[in-house]
Design a protein around this ligand. Structure first.
Ligand code: NAD
Length: 468
């Protein structure tokens, strides 16, 4: 048994409890409330990532064979951007906001004072293990909290890098990492936190919310779902196909929460769409995509088996129109397109989270909105169209965490937009100022003076007072 495993095995409820107590005592001293502490810690975390880019790229290669460019752009680059926004805006975000008061409190003044929540827990997932860990952590720090991060055990190399970097670069009186799996997370969830920020699947989301309810702890749940792409015949087909590929296979080979899960298009248009997707896929990943270094592998043999099972469902037999190749030893699955998939097939019954793209066909494009709304609310929904009427119809009638017209995934990088789910795809949001808000209590403060003390509110409650 390695030293690391021994350390993990001893992390139970008691250790978790003393960790939280230590951080709560430290938090009580008020250090994290200052602007200076927050900025120093945001800068330290940024430095940790920038100085160790090679180590991070290497860890993601080991966990997922993630192409270095994807790591640099979507994990490191996006995190850097979050830090830059915080460093630019934090003073402004921390400033109490003066608000109008009521005639009933005259004379008075009022303000909303942002205050940290306390000691918070961030539980993250394996698919973007740097971004999904550090983006909420840096939001929690910016808001002046003490924070414990529990990275995903399914990306062990990255989890270990995160633990080492946070230990080395951060103020460990307030920022800590606990590595581990279900047992360690369960021990952490038994504690009283001031907020739990969870990224992962809905089944565990329910476990997190149930544990949080015991202490009335608020939660942010960043979950997933089946994010649809509706493709109208009124579009620039080449650009649409390339953008679908970029959002599906170009994001961790489909293992992304906002990657297109399935396509809906009309029966007439589907063959054209499939042909263009095929041509562009081949130009991106070559004739043997299993060998492409520009595609991540499947994260684990469990996920490989789950995806294989979706392809083996009798209801989709004969539906593969592109791809389908697999290499179990290397955990690789090629980009795969399935046409005219029945809606009661298992591939349509769960989030795919991998390189398989089913296409559903409808007679009229308007039917796509009913198809989407008949299922659980997705994290993202995409539409490719130049028809303004349909665009408006889509934006008005489709409920999802976020919508994107004529592209995929890029709404994620706009830090002025909240990122989060709705219904089954989650609750709460973050990114940009929304990250600061997620970990901040907006304290209402009313200031009164001793002047103008009206007798109206005091007994005896006479008829004259009632009529006023
Ligand atoms: P995962 O297996 O890494 O699990 C997430 C976290 O939950 C891990 O830290 C893990 O240790 C913990 N966990 C697992 N089982 C647990 C249990 N029984 N009790 C307590 N904790 C437990 O990740 P995953 O769930 O496979 O992630 C994929 C899912 O996450 C997909 O549904 C995807 O759409 C969603 N996701 C959402 C976002 C988002 O931002 N909304 C981002 C990434 C992934």
């Amino acid at each position: 048994m390695s030293g690391e495993e021994t350390q993990r095995n001893v992390f139970g409820a008691e250790t978790a409890s003393s960790l939280v107590k230590e951080l709560r005592d430290n938090f009580g001293k008020g250090t994290t409330r200052s602007y200076e502490w927050r900025v120093s810690q945001v800068k330290a975390l940024l430095k940790a990532v920038v100085e160790n880019e090679d180590q991070i790229v290497g860890a993601l290669c080991s966990d997922l064979a993630k192409p270095p460019l994807e790591t640099v752009v979507y994990e490191i680059g996006m995190f850097q951007n979050s830090c830059e926004v915080i460093l630019k805006e934090l003073k402004h975000w921390m400033t109490p906001e003066k608000v109008k008061t009521s005639i009933r409190t005259f004379p008075s003044s009022a303000e909303i004072v942002p205050e940290p929540l306390g000691v918070v827990l961030v539980i993250s997932a394996w698919n973007y293990p740097i971004l999904l860990s550090l983006d909420p952590v840096v939001g929690a720090i910016a808001a002046g909290n003490a924070v414990v991060l529990k990275p995903s055990e399914i990306a062990p190399a990255t989890s270990s890098v995160l633990a080492k970097l946070i230990e080395k670069y951060m103020d460990n009186s307030f920022v800590r990492v606990v590595e581990g799996a279900v047992d360690e997370t369960t021990a952490l969830l038994q504690q009283k936190w001031n907020k739990i920020f969870y990224t992962g699947n809905g089944r565990v989301g329910k476990i997190v919310m149930t544990a949080a309810a015991k202490h009335l702890t608020p939660v942010v749940l960043e979950l997933g779902g089946k994010s649809p792409v509706v493709v109208d015949s009124n579009n620039n087909l080449l650009v649409a196909a390339r953008r679908i590929i970029a959002g599906k296979w170009g994001l961790n080979n489909g293992q992304a929460c906002i990657s297109p899960d399935y396509v809906i298009t009309t029966k007439d248009y589907a063959p054209k769409l499939v042909d263009t997707l095929k041509t562009e896929l081949e130009s991106f990943y070559g004739r043997n995509p299993l060998e492409s270094e520009d595609l991540s592998r499947i994260v684990s043999s469990n996920h490989f088996a789950r995806l294989s099972k979706l392809l083996n469902d009798d209801k989709v037999s004969g539906k593969i129109v592109y791809g389908g190749e697999k290499d179990e030893k290397k955990l690789r699955i090629a980009p795969t397109i399935l046409l005219d998939v029945p809606q009661d097939s298992s591939i349509m019954g769960e989030e795919i989270f991998g390189p398989l793209l089913p296409i559903i066909t409808v007679n009229k494009l308007e039917e796509s909105i009913d198809v989407i709304n008949s299922g659980a609310k997705p994290l993202a929904a995409y539409v490719f169209t130049t028809d303004n009427k349909f665009k408006e119809q889509f934006v008005k009638n489709v409920s999802a965490g976020g919508l994107l017209v004529n592209d995929t995934a890029l709404h994620l990088v706009v830090d002025t937009l909240p990122f989060g789910g709705v219904g089954e795809s989650g609750m709460g949001a973050y990114h940009g100022k929304f990250s600061f808000d997620a970990f901040t209590h907006k304290k209402a403060v009313l200031y009164r003076s001793f002047a103008g003390d009206s007798a109206i509110r005091y007994p005896p409650y006479t008829d004259t007072k009632l009529r006023l």
